[in-house]
Design a protein. Structure first.
Lengths: 214, 146
């Protein structure tokens, strides 16, 4: 029994020594074996150590790309702000006029004052002027304006106006009314000729809306 | 070689970590700049909206004035205009004449103007005051782009 074990040992030792001598003598075998062992080592490292690192690297790379994109967008936005600020400062005087044209509140008193100015300018007589419901203070709890006829987002106050005068004065009054700094949208209008005390006069009745933006 | 790959992998990971930290810092700074401009942005957008409303409302120039002066310019001399009214796209013109021929002339003048999609005679009657005059009413439908 003990002899069998010793014989086997000697046999395997001889085989190993033969392989070792072949390994030392033949270069191609040496190179092949080294390559094989290197690849094996890479595979083992790749599986247990490199794989998580490579996955983390891939995630970091994606994260960096997304962040770089975000930085680029933020840069673009910052640049747009600078440009917008320049334009805004250049047009500041025009924008002040815009706040008269489209005020933040209904300000019906300013609108009426403008109409009064036109009435005085063109010597027409106001027969009636009414302004629709408008919230002057606080927040409106209901929709007091008809939004459909005006551009989107705009709120409006409605008005109704009737005036009388001759053709020329009424015509120029209407023309100036339609060119007010605060724009109006004419919903309906009618011009009727009538004879009063032997004098031909025209009566203009109109309804419309003027915008504000809250 | 294996060691080289491992070292490279770890080095790149450290570099990427450092880059992420830098980018986070940069983003924080830029966000602070953008946040500081939030009030201005709100003001600017408000101005943009107001400009849009204003330009939309003034896109059509003096509609009522132009309509009245256009209709007046197409009137034959023998037609006396009594009223012009507009509700939406519908315009009604009332007048007085002495002969039917004047109505035909008025309609013939209006047709090539290109202002209306439809022109129809809605009323022709003798005047209650003076039998010699004829009162008429025209119904005009404005073209959508006018």
């Amino acid at each position: 029994m003990a002899l069998g074990w010793r014989r086997g040992y000697l046999q395997y030792k001889r085989i190993f020594l033969d392989i070792a001598s072949i390994y030392n003598q033949r270069r191609e075998v040496k190179a092949f074996l080294e390559l094989l062992l290197s690849l094996g080592a890479i595979a083992i490292f790749g599986m247990f150590a490199l794989r998580p690192t490579l996955l983390t690297i891939a995630n970091l790379y994606r994260e960096i790309k997304a962040k770089e994109e975000m930085v680029a967008k933020l840069n673009q936005k910052a640049q747009a702000f600078v440009q917008a600020q320049t334009t805004y400062n250049q047009e500041r005087s025009t924008l002040e006029l815009l706040s008269f044209a489209i005020p933040d509140k209904p300000t019906p008193e300013l609108f009426v004052r403008q109409i009064e100015g036109l009435v005085g300018k063109h010597a027409v007589e106001v027969l009636g002027l009414s302004i629709g419901k408008a919230t002057l203070l606080g927040t409106s709890t209901e929709q007091e304006s008809a939004k459909s006829l005006l551009p989107s987002d705009a709120s409006s106050i409605s008005f109704s106006l009737s005036t009388k005068g001759n053709y020329l004065s009424l015509s120029s009054f209407l023309s100036d009314l339609e060119s007010l700094r605060r724009p109006i949208k004419v919903d309906t209008f009618s011009v009727n000729a009538s004879e009063t005390e032997g004098e031909d006069i025209l009566i203009l009745v109109m309804t419309g809306q003027t915008p504000y933006f809250k | 070689m294996t060691e080289l790959i491992v070292i490279l992998a770890f080095l790149s990971r450290f570099w990427l970590d450092a880059r992420t930290t830098d980018l986070n810092e940069e983003i924080k700074q830029k966000q602070a700049i953008v946040a500081a401009s939030a009030d201005f942005e709100k003001e600017f957008r408000l101005a943009q909206k107001k400009l849009k409303i204003y330009s939309d409302m003034t896109a059509k120039d003096k509609e009522a004035t132009n309509l009245i002066s256009s209709i007046s310019s197409y009137l034959p001399p023998e037609v006396l205009l009594v009223s012009v009214s507009q509700i939406g796209e519908e315009v009604q013109v009332k007048g007085q004449i002495f002969t039917e021929r004047a109505i035909a002339q008025f309609i013939a003048n209006l047709e090539p103007s290109g202002l209306f999609d439809e022109i129809s005679l809605s009323q022709v009657d003798t005047s209650q005051k003076t039998q010699a005059t004829i009162v008429f009413a025209l119904k005009l439908i404005l073209k959508e782009d006018k």
